[in-house]
Design a protein around this ligand. Structure first.
Ligand code: GLA
Length: 400
């Protein structure tokens, strides 16, 4: 699942160092991707989620500038060089262009914090793109962090995560704040329970013999491209469903977590059945069920109850495939295969429509699980094994 052959990468980075390193101090930031363990398509309804930050990350080697230019190269040849001038309002590049993630960071920092100075930079990284592992959030956070260094801005981590989440909506996806928050605040060896409005996090230790295996369905899930409308439509249905149920209960000001706490899942579903279209009701049912599963999963994680956590992952996948309709044949095949090969549970992770699955197993099941994936999923497709055991890592940081 790595991006570029090391020789081309090394060559690009060395060229950058030769060009800029002699006269100016070079800095480097890294920002991880994430795998969401449970709590899918609920962050935009302010309901809790449980992701962890990955070892795979985006990094930027950069030299701060005195003016507002941001010329960016990328070691990955699929992403051609991009350049723009920092401003609090600017037109995006074409939809799906990688440069928009840098513009997203620049626009929000200019608008909210008066950032005016850019940087010369080269982007590197190994988070698989369009695979449900938040490569886009990693890039936005890395760019924002580089801009903070260039502009001598020190933001508090939660405020910084929230800013990056608002910033990323610039690309046209009406996402929640899960990806950027775990990217900024992830902690080695821990999953992160995230609650929203107001944003807050709690790190929960992952038991030492648990492993989360991530497998790529090889189906492109481009959230800023082809999957964007489908994603935004899911969010719109949920917004409408909560709005209608709130109105029916005469609770106009309650956000979904408070509404769920006050009325409970059964009553909300009963009101939903009277007030929502069948499609809205299905989306609503997923959101409520998933929120309850996250609470249970956090408790199971604390008790090291692996089998129970796995069951919750299975139930999450069933709900995402059925009520939420964001799975596909390859994702369903992967989760079934991983359960057969000894996983306690498996589900799609991220927005869906392709991308990756995550499976839970004991440390000694990792090798047999990877072997089964290779034999039964990747080799028949003539593809190299695109799966790995995830390592929970720390969040974004300035490393040089
Ligand atoms: C994407 C979004 C997140 C979240 C997930 C689905 O990764 O960026 O905010 O909504 O999809 O859980």
């Amino acid at each position: 699942m790595s991006a570029e052959p090391p020789n081309r990468r090394t060559h690009q980075l060395e060229r950058f160092e030769r060009e800029f390193g002699a006269a100016r101090a070079l800095r480097r930031v890294v920002a991880p991707g994430r795998v969401n363990l449970i709590g899918e398509h609920v962050d935009y309804s302010d309901l809790p989620v449980l992701p962890m930050a990955l070892r795979q990350h985006a990094s930027i080697l950069f030299a701060p500038r005195d003016d507002g230019r941001v010329p960016l190269a990328n070691v990955d040849p699929r992403f051609v060089p991009r350049e723009f001038e920092i401003a609090s309002e600017f037109e995006p590049f074409a939809a799906g262009d990688w440069g928009n993630y840098a513009k997203a960071a620049a626009q929000i920092l200019a608008r909210d914090h008066g950032a005016t100075r850019g940087f010369d930079g080269v982007v590197d990284g190994d988070v698989p793109t369009a695979a449900g592992l938040a490569s886009s959030a990693a890039l936005v956070v890395a760019c924002a962090l580089a801009l903070c260094v260039a502009n001598e801005l020190a933001l508090e981590p939660l405020a910084f995560a929230d800013l990056c989440a608002r910033g990323e909506r610039y690309v046209g996806t009406h996402g929640g704040a899960m990806d950027q928050t775990v990217c900024v605040l992830g902690r080695a060896g821990h999953a992160l329970r995230i609650d929203f409005a107001p944003l807050r996090v709690e790190a929960v230790a992952v038991p030492s013999d648990w492993r989360f295996v991530v497998a790529n369905s090889l189906v492109i899930a481009d959230k800023s491209g082809s999957a964007r409308d489908a994603y935004n439509a899911r969010r719109a249905s949920c917004d409408t469903a909560f709005e209608r149920v709130r109105a029916a209960l005469n609770e106009p000001d309650l956000r979904p977590p408070a509404l769920l706490a006050r009325h409970g899942e059964a009553e909300l579903l009963e009101v939903g059945a009277r007030t929502l279209t069948p499609l809205e009701l299905a989306r609503f049912r997923h959101a409520l069920g998933e929120a309850t599963r996250v609470e249970r999963a956090v408790a199971a994680l604390r008790r090291s109850a692996r089998a129970e956590f796995g069951e919750l992952m299975n139930a999450s996948h069933a709900s995402l495939a059925g009520d939420y309709d964001v799975s596909c044949r390859e994702l369903d095949e992967l989760v079934a295969l991983q359960r057969r090969a000894g996983a306690n549970g498996a589900r799609l992770t991220g927005a869906g429509f392709g991308g990756c699955t995550v499976a839970l197993c004991s440390a000694d099941r990792v090798e047999p699980l990877l072997a089964a994936l290779d034999r039964e999923f990747f080799r028949p497709r003539g593809a190299p094994l695109a799966a790995f055991a995830a390592l929970a890592c720390d969040g974004a940081r300035v490393v040089e």
